[in-house]
Design a protein around this ligand. Structure first.
Ligand SMILES: *Cc1c(COP(=O)(O)O)cnc(C)c1O
Length: 365
């Protein structure tokens, strides 16, 4: 006999991150992981470098300075904030705290795959609720609730579809859920949203004891490599998370860099403005060459090639040019590719490469 993992562990398909190399290509455009287009904020890089002299010291286990800085920046009470090793860590803990064998966790059909991995690991049954036009369907979510339901995850905007529920729909979801069901609003892409009917979740967290908002430094703040996320949550959820999270979960360099990133002047505005402009240009360029592009509120677009074969061919073509995007088979969207909005040059190159492919395809009939 060898040691046997719990049954549910072997049901999990390991997460496959965006690739970063292409055999034979010396210059690679990595548009596969929704990382910020402009790299890390310069002050965050400097703060990280400066922290090097102190790395023999354990970090502050409470991430106090970071929580204070987040509180100031977002107008929130630091006592209601918990930092995680990426929001991934917090997703995992929420599943284990509130889920487990005999419970259900709900997510929308093409929701962020970490919910499925973490929920299954916790022992819950993860139910994927049908969407409408690749958008979470509040009525279907509410209809799927059973006495076993403990947690509902909603990425808003959603990765990989880019779709968003307006605030009144999220509020309707919360109102329709039993009070003992935890609603987790994952607002990883909140900073990119320009729509006025959007709220990342603060109002609903404040309105009760049963809603959590998750945020991350991995996207607009450009610190994916350091793994920093945070939750804004009711006191009871904060207390539970603090009992089980990694004691020193945010390392010293990451805390310093995240604090500095929040203080980088104009960073978020500059990134958002660039993203809105190039998300539109990239989307239009793809539509111009005959590719369907789903509306997106994030820093990526979902390009729909209609068939899995066409998407696979497009992916292969991009790779020959050293461009890496994300295949969507794991999300049950094998006919789609998710393309991160990169720099102006990167967006132009990926659009040109796809235009060349589509022109060739069209002339060949
Ligand atoms: C990228 C992403 C996150 C962030 O994960 P981290 O662990 O903080 O890097 C969370 N949720 C969604 C939907 C994402 O796309």
């Amino acid at each position: 006999m060898t040691p046997q993992p719990r049954e549910e562990v072997m049901c999990i398909a390991a997460y496959v991150g965006g690739e970063s190399t292409v055999a034979g290509a010396n210059r690679v455009l990595k548009l596969s992981s929704n990382e910020g287009a402009f790299g890390p904020p310069p002050t965050a890089q400097a703060a990280y470098a400066q922290a090097a002299a102190e790395i023999h010291r354990y970090p502050d286990g409470g991430s106090n300075e970071l929580r204070r800085a987040i509180g100031i920046r977002f107008g929130l009470d630091p006592a209601r904030i918990v930092c995680g090793t990426g929001s991934d860590e917090l997703i995992q803990h929420l599943c284990h705290i509130y889920g487990g064998r005999g419970t259900d966790i709900l997510m929308s059909r093409h929701g962020f795959i970490m919910y499925e991995i973490a929920g299954t690991y916790a022992g819950s049954r993860v139910q994927k609720v049908p969407e409408r036009d690749l958008t979470a369907d509040v009525d279907a979510m509410l209809a799927a609730v059973s006495p076993a339901t403990r947690v509902v995850f909603l990425a808003n905007p959603n990765n990989p579809t880019g779709s968003m529920l307006p605030q009144d729909e999220v509020t309707r979801l919360r109102r329709g859920l039993p009070s003992e069901v935890l609603l987790v609003l994952d607002a990883a892409y909140a900073e990119y949203v320009e729509r006025l009917d959007y709220d990342p979740g603060v109002a609903l967290v404040d309105a009760g004891e049963n809603t959590v908002m998750l945020r991350t430094f991995s996207k607009i703040y450009g610190l994916g490599g350091l793994r920093v996320g945070w939750a804004y949550a009711p006191a009871g959820v904060v207390d539970a998370l603090n009992r089980v999270r990694g004691v020193f979960n945010i390392n010293r360099g990451a805390q310093a860099a995240a604090v500095a990133a929040l203080a980088e002047p104009g960073w978020v505005e500059r990134c958002r403005t660039h993203n809105t402009l190039w998300r539109e240009r990239l989307g239009q360029a793809l539509r111009d060459c005959g590719i369907k592009v789903w509306p997106s509120e994030g820093n990526f677009v979902l390009a729909d090639f209609t068939t899995a074969a066409a998407a696979t061919a497009a992916d292969a073509h991009l790779r020959t040019r050293g461009i890496i995007v994300r295949g969507m088979a794991a999300y049950d969207l094998p006919h789609c590719l998710r393309i991160t909005v990169g720099t102006a040059e990167e967006c132009t190159l990926v659009a040109e490469a796809l235009a060349a492919l589509m022109a060739g395809t069209n002339t060949r009939g």
